[in-house]
Design a protein around this ligand. Sequence first.
Ligand SMILES: *Cc1c(COP(=O)(O)O)cnc(C)c1O
Length: 367
Amino acid sequence: MTTLALPTDLLPADGRFGSGPSSIRPAQSATLAAVGGTLMGTSHRQAPVKSLIARVRAGLRELLAVPEGYEVVLGNGGSTFFWDAATFGLIRERSQHVASGEFGTKFATAATRAPFLAEPQVVRSEPGTLAVPEPAEGVDAYAWPQNETSTGVVAPVHRVADDALMLVDATSAAGAVVTDLSQTDAYYFAPQKAFGSDGGLWLAVLSPAALARIEELGERWVPESLSLAAAVSNSRRDQTLNTPAIATLVLLVEQIDWMLEHGGIEFAAGRSAASAEILYSWAESREYTDPFVQQAEARSPVVGTIDFAEEVDATQVCTVLRENGVVDTEPYRKLGRNQIRVGMYPSVDPADVQALTACVDYVVERL
Ligand SMILES: *Cc1c(COP(=O)(O)O)cnc(C)c1O
């Protein structure tokens, strides 16, 4: 394939548009380098690393306006491990799951396979459309993704029932979408999306009701690595059950501080919203593109999915972009659509999203 060189004045300053792992700001990497000879390579059972975890917990409390009585808990393994931990430790008997994309479906599958739970209810809809949980008898936990990263659909977050837990997968929304956490019981996420850190960790803001459920289900056998009770007791001491990636924590703290210094969640969400406005209005204004998500309110401010007309090969566009250092605009692999997917987390400069659209125009005109 012939390479098409993009004019350098068209290129974004930072060409990383991944939906996860996502772009890491240079200041974060600089902080990491700065602690290379102090924090890195030291014990996670001693004060320096424990105080890092304390900063993560306190910083998130402020950033996300965590309600009184809720606790910030963390553990190793990422959001995928949290699904398994929640299957053991938060679902009493029957859950309901919204599954209109990859991530919602994965938690539904985990609960379906658990031999000690009743068959969960699964609310499905076509990828790219919004589905919401529906109040139902006998459901003790409702689970849905706030942002379905595979399709670019954002969902509202509010309680569907009073006597059940609301388990919200905020992996790609936390830190980028203003949310009232009092509407949730487990608001969980991982640091490699809006927080521009590395993967391998899960974080969860747990309500008093969720903490009580964990205690109530304490008799159920659970592998220690998936025990939420163990995660809670370790987190209260600013530790994790087993060794965490210190670099992940350093990058995460740096991002939380950056958001707080610039005005908190409104600032962070504002950056993403500004990027999204640029991307979707561009897609609507071009003959050969359309936002994949038809319903405007359901279009994600953090992960934009843009369909291409048949005559334009999105794979080819992504390839040319990649050759020019503009990376990770490929769509979610299993969705199989002729589209691009653009990560617009707070770290991404809206001006770079603008530049990306100009690059796509340039490539499409010349293909
Ligand atoms: C990325 C993502 C996950 C998976 O996170 P891991 O940390 O890789 O397990 C889960 N849910 C959503 C919504 C995501 O975007």
